[in-house]
Design a protein around this ligand. Sequence first.
Ligand code: SAM
Length: 223
Amino acid sequence: MSGQWEDMIQKLVRSGILRSPNVIEALRRVPREPFLPENVKSSAATDCPLPIGSGQTASAPHMVSIMDEALELEVGHKVLEVGGGSGWHASTIAEIIAPSDEPKERWGHVYTIERIAKLAAFAKQNITDAGYGDRVTVIHQDGTVGYPEEAPYDRILVAAAGPSVPKPLIDQLKEGGVLLVPVGGVQYYQTLVRVRKKGETIVEENLGGVAFVPLLGKHGFQP
Ligand code: SAM
């Protein structure tokens, strides 16, 4: 791991964004650089989104940290990510719910959905090269309909902003589960919403302003 990446982690710890030992350790074990295209690898340790092709980005380290903390992830969880991109975020989650030094019987699994075929292939290659191919499954389809084949999920996160919380994702969330989704306009005025499912009750919490690429699909913005 480069010194620059450790500096980034320390900065996120000092700012209070990174707090939990399991999340900090996952960010240490899964640096962003191997998941990026050659032309932006040298910027891996800058705290901003970086282009990964097809007009999409790998999320900024602070945003991945905020989401990994807000998800309250535990070893053994089954997680669904919508917006696989580079595969980096999914791999950080895999390291939390299926840590490399835990027996495989305790491991959870991450299912990550990406709608752009080229990026789904890019994510799959990156995830395999980084050693997470046995803990992360990449699916190429519209993620706004979720992935009912493996539902229900302990945790669901959406890495793109939609006009509202996609109903199929609420349906596919376990009782007691947590769903994170940026909601708002295309590019602007978005907030990160945390949804908790408690019986018949759905509790929504506003975690603050964010800026994500649009969620395109049946239950998102129309492509
Ligand atoms: N998590 C990614 C990473 O670690 O690199 C970054 C995700 S990027 C900010 C958002 C991604 O969401 C893009 O790759 C985009 O193609 C994808 N996306 C947008 N709408 C989608 C949908 N309906 N289903 C699946 N993926 C979608």
